[in-house]
Design a binder for this molecule. Structure first.
Ligand code: TSJ
Length: 657
């Protein structure tokens, strides 16, 4: 066989399709929507392969009205020659497991080969499947089906053998199949999922036009929905897309390199945000768990940037070293590695395991990066990255110091930590709670009234720092913020570790007035900016102290808003005696028992869990408040806050405030 030339004899017959029907999970994982999409990607990947090898530049995916899907490329067309057993190669591709030149590394140098079980699995799990091949001015066709007779599994059989059905000037391969409703939980493809993945494929295969047409709801009046992806700049366009809307976007770094049979493509661009977006791929397979190629990249990047910083005198402290994690914040990058015989590991097989790849990728990235940064025109790009990393490093250092202080204080007294923080005695983090309380007096009552074993109290003096207003490294110098971070135990930013959280719930207790609302909003903005995971994991709550106490003949009830007050008053009408209504102006007015009863006791209190949407809104409000004048500020806060107006109470119940 001549190198790279594919012949029918390359295909080895391995196993029948009956087993695929019987145990679909073994081949496609699940029979839910993921499995359904899996059999579509098996087909699409073949077209992508043809394009990746430079033989096709267009792939069209169509969802048809009858529930079938069509994939067509404009490549060479699957070979129609005979295999040595007298069966056409194309027939074997669709009827035998793992048949296909794809597994022969001579033909497919860098096969996408991702879903990897082959087109035959799609055939086995379809009601019918038809292949059209446009080659040598002819249209060839072969049809398969899975007849159901009795309880027998008969799948992917040839219905009509390969034959010429017409003439054409086109070149390419077109496969149409109808997923079998008896196999899948649902045979409804998800257009959004497919769109997203096709976009990703278009980014990874620059210049290839990928179209998606959803004809399922096509009527006589309205066309199907058509989407087209084609990116002339590949990974650069990908990173630009990922950074869309990000602030403070740095210059794009892009390079390709090859060595030891491995090809590397890398696009990097930092932004001023705190998140890392690193998408890594091996032969077109997304490696969500990273692996040796990602480690190689990080090692090289960290070393190159440290070298750069040193030779440009950007580090104040000569011995200071920037760590890998310091470069993560605001990093957006796509890393693509092409290699032979990748080994995927881990639970989801989404981690590259080949050990040799680490140093190969490291070598290629190092060489290209140092070349990039040795050019004077790229100096501002490097400076940007270093400046940002130094910022992160200083927070990391400060965080370390604070943790040290906390440990020291802990060992000295065992009780008092920083300032007025009162820790709880129990060590069970799954039940412990932290109350962040507005004001020293409420803080005092809370400390006395709490359950010492499980409830810690952190009183706040005055307003917490507005984290939107100050530079990141300044945030950490703020005593109040440091105390919160130290109490939580998690660290912040890229050092944040939710596993280190010392509490199951963080409960904000503030008064139901202007200042209380402002304090709560500032705290939420702080959590949103620096520890969003805390909110996403549902750990942050807002406590709801009651607004009213209603008392009659020793009977006491609390009301949390005006509506409830009306209800409570109504209920108390049956009790004789004089009714007394007290309106709490703040948490500080309650004694320790009342505070326990109404706000601390898990059996009787009312808590609201803070959602990421709440926190985002808080952050927006703080942002708005900063840019508006004082009058406007008050107005804005009142519009959003749902506090009780003193007047409403006074008018109704004649109370004096
Ligand atoms: F269209 C499609 F995406 F649905 C699809 C395309 C589905 C499947 C199962 C395969 C293909 C496909 C296969 N497109 N192009 C090819 N190319 C070959 O199989 C091919 C063609 C020529 C030669 C050669 O050496 O001449 C070798 C191969 C592997």
């Amino acid at each position: 066989m001549s190198a790279g030339k594919y012949t029918a004899s390359d295909i080895t017959v391995l196993k029948g399709l009956e087993h695929v029907r019987k145990r679909p999970g073994m081949y496609i994982g699940t029979t839910d929507i993921k499995g359904l999409h899996h059999i579509l990607w098996e087909i699409i990947d073949n077209g992508i392969d043809e394009a990746a090898n430079g033989y096709a530049n267009q792939i069209d995916v169509t969802l048809n009205e009858d529930g079938s899907a069509t994939v067509e490329d404009n490549g060479r067309g699957i070979p129609v020659d005979m295999h040595k057993e007298g069966v056409p190669a194309v027939q074997l591709i669709f009827t035998t497991l793992n048949a296909g030149g794809k597994f022969n590394t001579d033909n497919y140098k860098f096969s996408a080969g991702l879903h990897g079980v082959g087109a035959s699995v799609t055939n086995a799990l379809s009601e019918w499947l038809t292949v059209e091949i446009y080659r040598d001015k002819k249209i060839y066709q072969i049809d398969f089906y899975s007849p159901k007779d009795g309880g027998e599994f008969r799948s992917g059989l040839v219905k009509n053998p390969l034959r010429v059905v017409g003439k054409t000037d086109k070149r390419g391969t077109k496969v149409t199949f109808k997923p079998d409703a008896e196999v899948f939980d649902s045979v409804e493809f998800d257009a959004e999922d497919i769109t997203n993945k096709l976009r990703e494929y278009a980014f990874l295969n620059k210049g290839v036009k990928i179209t998606f047409t959803d004809n399922r709801n096509r009527t006589e009046e309205s066309e199907g929905i058509r989407t087209e992806f084609r990116y002339e700049n590949g990974l650069i366009d990908f990173v630009t897309y990922l950074n869309d809307g990000a602030e403070g976007v740095n210059k794009m770094i892009y390079f390709e390199g090859e060595g030891s049979g491995v090809r590397v493509k890398l696009a990097i661009q930092h932004n001023s945000g705190i998140y890392e977006k690193l998408y890594s791929y091996v032969n077109g397979v997304r490696t969500t768990e990273g692996g040796t190629h990602v480690t190689g990249f990080r090692t090289a990047f960290t070393r190159c940037m440290n070298d750069y910083a040193k030779s440009n005198n950007l580090l104040k402290n000569k011995d200071c070293k920037l760590e890998g994690d310091d470069f993560k914040e605001g990093l957006t990058a796509v890393l693509l590695v092409q290699m032979n015989e990748p080994q995927f590991e881990g639970q989801t097989k989404a981690k590259l395991g080949n050990q040799e790849i680490k140093s190969i990728v490291d070598g290629i990235v190092s060489e290209k990066l140092s070349a990039f940064f040795s050019l004077s025109k790229n100096k501002s790009t490097g400076d940007y990255i270093i400046k940002k990393a130094i910022e992160v490093a200083s927070i990391r250092e400060a965080s370390k110091k604070a943790a040290q202080i906390e440990r020291q204080k802990n060992t000295i007294s065992g009780t008092a930590l920083i300032g007025k923080y009162a820790s709880c005695t129990g060590k069970d983090v799954t039940v412990n709670e932290l109350f962040i309380v507005e004001g020293d007096s409420a803080g005092g009552s809370a400390k006395q009234g709490r359950d010492r074993k499980t409830q810690a109290v952190l009183p706040l003096r005055g307003k917490p720092l507005n984290v939107l207003k100050v530079k990141k490294e300044k945030i950490y110098q703020n005593e109040e913020i440091r105390t919160i971070i130290a109490a939580l135990g998690t660290g912040i930013g890229s050092n944040f570790k939710i596993e280190d959280l010392k509490f199951n719930k963080i409960i904000i207790l503030s008064d139901a007035d202007y200042d209380g609302y402002h304090i709560r909003t500032l705290l939420l903005s702080f959590f949103y900016r620096l520890m969003p995971e805390l909110i996403r994991e549902g750990k942050v709550f807002v406590g709801m102290p009651p607004l009213y106490k209603v008392e009659k003949k020793g009977k006491i009830a609390y009301a949390y808003d005006d509506e409830e007050l009306d209800k409570v008053v109504e209920e108390m009408k049956g009790v004789s005696g004089e009714m007394r209504i007290q309106r709490y102006k703040g948490l500080g007015e309650m004694n320790k028992d009342q505070l326990w009863e109404t706000t601390l006791n898990p059996r009787t209190r009312v808590l609201t869990r803070v959602t990421i949407a709440d926190a985002m809104e808080a952050d927006e409000i703080i942002d708005t408040l900063m840019t508006e004048g004082a009058e406007k500020r008050k107005e804005y806060i009142f519009r959003y806050a749902k506090f009780n107006r003193v007047d409403a109470f006074a008018m109704k119940y004649g109370g004096k405030d």
